[in-house]
Structure formats: C-alpha cells, structure tokens
Design a binder for this molecule. Sequence first.
Ligand SMILES: [Zn+2]
Length: 124
Amino acid sequence: MKCPCSPQKDYADCCEPYHLGAAAPSAEILMRSRYSAYVLNKTNYLYKSWSQSTRPTKKSLKQDQANQWLGLEIIRTEQGTVLDSQGVVEFKASYLGDGGVHSLHEISRFIRENTRWVYLDGEY
Ligand SMILES: [Zn+2]
C-alpha cells in the first residue's frame, strides 16, 4: 500500500513506523504521519501526537473524521530538525467535502514534549 502522505512511497517505509510507536525525527515527518493518520482514521495516534496542552478529547477526534482526504503538499518548514525544540510546517491538504474538492491551508506549530515531536496548534 502507498503512503497517504506521499504516493511515491510505501506506507511501511514511510509513516507506518511512527504509527507503530517510533519517534518522528522531525516536525515535518510528524506532520506527514499525522496527515496519514487522518486518512487512515488512526485516532489514537492523532491524540498521542498532539500536545497535552492543546489536544482535544479522544471522543471529539473520533467525531471529526468526516473528510475524505485526497493529498498533502508541504509548502515550507522552519526549524523542526533534530537540533530544535520547536518547528513550523506550512502545508496544503485537499479533501472532498460539500460541493467538491476543498483545500485546507495551515501553518502548524510543533514542539518537543518529553523528547518527542508533537503538534501544538495551527493558523489557517
Ligand atoms: Zn507517509
């Protein structure tokens, strides 16, 4: 199976290891694995990879799974490497919604929490 975040890669070589518990080495990779988790309805992973200070309840995450996601495009990254404690990833994600294809454009902030990258919040 191809990875939802990147049609050139196999899921097993891309986001699956993170869904199985490996630590994402960069903010961008964490962002990709979270996009794939949305596509694959991995609510637990979305919950675990979200900062404790900003994450929604598991119940509301489960209810938030209506979109059919079509693709991810990373536009820009700032910091977020192995050397950083925070990072920014700007991306566009397209999805099928009411009336056709829509695009979500977000600038997401990531931080390290207990040595692991987690999603903090985003601006649209
Ligand atoms: Zn992937």
